[in-house]
Design a protein around this ligand. Structure first.
Ligand SMILES: [Zn+2]
Ligand SMILES: [Zn+2]
Length: 407
């Protein structure tokens, strides 16, 4: 398909709803879900707290796509305080789409941004966000104050170069290098120490911890505990990682990447990501109350493949989904309706998986695996869509690395 640069995208929610309601059995499933949820609500009759509220702004990996943008998760800690977890390209656009006319108010509340690592799908929306936040504060007549940027130290090469050759940016943030929030880290600089204390105070947090994870160099996960007792853990990108289990112990909510389906474990190792069941397994080890999966490969843009490990503690995220802790009971109940809505896509993915299984039975020899890799290569040559995305991811990551290296 040819790239139409001048094409104007339009989105009509009525059309989406109409299309969905025409899917066989979908409305029945929604009705069933509604009935069980409202019966349970009556039974519990606990309204629950509205905060923290988690808004998924980008739940896809590698490249921004129509259905899932790249990484960005807003945590509204209180009505006046927000923290952003990763800021991929297009995060500001997603905020505009989510908050509409109230976007300036939403921007003005962001006091802290955590960047897990320097792959482009996790940080290239930051500069735009910083400028837009400054504009929003001015237009609301609120005083400007820099954000707390909790990010790998290497981000300064990029921001410093941008500051020197493009526009002033350094006054927009106070940088806290991720490694200074690792357990046993010694914070020798008084300035960093005071930024950490001020960041905790601003967000009413008791602690904010990071740990190195198994992804690329200088990749981190984080966890933080609010004064009221809740704890949130965020994986960034990683293979299953014990250090993360440790800092996320007993989290109220774990947000974990689940880039690939279970049958692609080998590919997950190659790309240093997690599969769906690995992500759920980490949540279980962590003893998390609830696990939200995100960062899906764009090959699962509409819906990821479900695994047998799904339980009443697991939910899947979509862009613009907004949840608070009282929703944990409802989220798993949405799954039958989602399976009905995306039945066609799921069937296609299952077929693809079966074909792959036939080509590469489990426990096959290295010879067969390398033969399969050759087969995959020829698929790429034919422009097979699913592998193309991963190729693009690799290219993008290497461009990103080059840029950072030269800066
Ligand atoms: Zn990523
Ligand atoms: Zn990454």
């Amino acid at each position: 398909m040819e790239w139409q640069r001048d094409a104007v995208s339009s989105c009509s929610s009525e059309e989406f709803v109409k299309e969905a309601s025409e899917v066989t059995n979908f409305l029945e499933e929604v009705e069933k879900c509604r009935r069980t949820c409202s019966a349970e609500e009556r039974e519990l009759s606990v309204p629950g707290d509205k905060y923290p509220e988690v808004v998924f702004l980008g739940t896809g990996s590698a490249l921004p796509m129509k259905i899932r943008n790249v990484s960005g998760t807003l945590v509204n800690i209180s009505p006046s305080q927000s923290l952003l977890l990763d800021c991929g390209e297009g995060t500001f656009g997603q905020l505009c789409r989510h908050y509409g006319d109230d976007v300036d108010d939403a921007l003005s509340k962001i006091s802290t941004v955590f960047i897990s690592h320097l792959h482009a799908d996790h940080h290239t929306g930051l500069i735009k966000l910083l400028y837009q936040r400054q504009r929003a504060l001015a237009s609301l007549g609120r005083p400007f104050s820099p954000i707390y940027l909790v990010a790998p130290a290497q981000i300064m090469a990029w921001l410093g170069q941008y500051h020197d050759y493009c526009e002033e940016i350094l006054s927009h943030f106070n940088h806290i290098p991720n490694r200074f929030l690792c357990d046993d880290a010694e914070v020798s600089k008084p300035k960093t120490h005071s930024f950490i204390q001020a960041m905790l105070k601003k967000n009413n947090l008791e602690e904010f911890r990071t740990c190195g994870v198994r992804h690329c160099k200088n990749a981190f996960a984080c966890s933080f505990v609010h004064q009221s007792g809740w704890k949130l853990a965020f994986s960034g990108d990683t293979m299953p990682c014990d250090a993360f289990v440790n800092i996320g112990k007993n989290a109220t909510l774990l947000i974990h990447e689940a880039t690939l389906e279970d049958e692609l474990e080998e590919e997950a190792v190659e790309k240093r990501h997690s599969t769906t069941s690995q992500a759920i397994g980490i949540g279980m080890k962590m003893n998390a109350d609830f696990i939200m999966l995100n960062h899906f490969s764009q090959r699962y843009a509409k819906i990821p493949l479900f695994s047998e490990d799904f339980s009443d503690k697991v939910g899947i995220s979509f862009d613009h989904m907004k949840i608070c802790f009282r929703d944990f009971k409802i989220l798993p109940k949405l799954i039958p309706a989602l399976k009905t809505l995306f039945a066609e896509e799921l069937e296609e993915m299952e077929e693809r998986r079966e074909k792959r299984e036939l080509r590469n039975p489990r426990g096959s020899s290295n010879e067969v695996i390398s033969e399969q890799k050759m087969f995959r290569r020829s698929e790429v040559e034919r422009g097979a869509k699913r592998d193309q995305e991963e190729e693009e991811e690799t290219v993008m990551h290497s461009i990103d690395t080059k840029r950072l290296k030269t800066s």
